[in-house]
Write a protein that binds this ligand. Sequence first.
Ligand SMILES: CC(C)(COP(=O)(O)OP(=O)(O)OC[C@H]1O[C@@H](n2cnc3c(N)ncnc32)[C@H](O)[C@@H]1OP(=O)(O)O)[C@@H](O)C(=O)NCCC(=O)NCCS
Length: 197
Amino acid sequence: MPEPITVVILVCNHCDLFDDEDMIEEIEIRESLPSDVASIEKLYPDAFPDEDLLPLVRELLREESIVLSLVGIVDRALVGHVIFTTCSIAGRTDKVSLLGPLAVAPAWQRRGIGSALVREGLLRLENAGAIQVYVLGDPAYYERVGFEPEAGVTPPYPLPKEWRGAWQSVSLHNAEQPPHGKLSVPQPWLQPALWAP
Ligand SMILES: CC(C)(COP(=O)(O)OP(=O)(O)OC[C@H]1O[C@@H](n2cnc3c(N)ncnc32)[C@H](O)[C@@H]1OP(=O)(O)O)[C@@H](O)C(=O)NCCC(=O)NCCS
């Protein structure tokens, strides 16, 4: 298992969330452990009060061989979590991955923790030979970490028209032939409700 990394986040931003003093936070990013499950189960309802993602998260965490699950820790508290799931594309042997869910505790949002978790995951996947990572999410957020609209590979279920711009990917290695086809996802992701409003 790769070593945990520590990311130093400088928080100043002249925003109104903090007093006038600059703050420096250190976040440790590492793979999740079984002992993190209780904190992860608390994080999701806090971050997604209107959506129950816990069944998906629990199922994914059981799929250890195909999942990269990273947590962000500040002062020994779990403040963020992201999952990347290994997927495939029919007729291709390339390793590709699907990002999601991603959650940061409300009190810790907008301090770079979500971006740091995503960047660390992409780095680990790049080192592991993945060529492309897909995500269904807000382009205004994911473009900040390198994602662009994806047209060659389609999601497992057709998306409603208003969501099409939300299907994105980032390239980690240049494939000789860019992948084309439908993304084949493992069982936990085979729920149409996860792909529709
Ligand atoms: C979305 C989320 C993971 C981002 O994590 P974060 O640590 O707050 O994000 P970062 O600090 O890395 O980036 C913050 C920037 O992204 C923007 N941002 C945050 N959430 C955003 C969203 N849902 N859509 C668009 N932009 C968003 C903010 O505007 C912020 O930029 P600014 O401070 O310059 O205005 C976190 O806010 C969260 O858990 N939200 C609730 C759950 C959710 O909506 N998850 C979506 C991913 S599936």
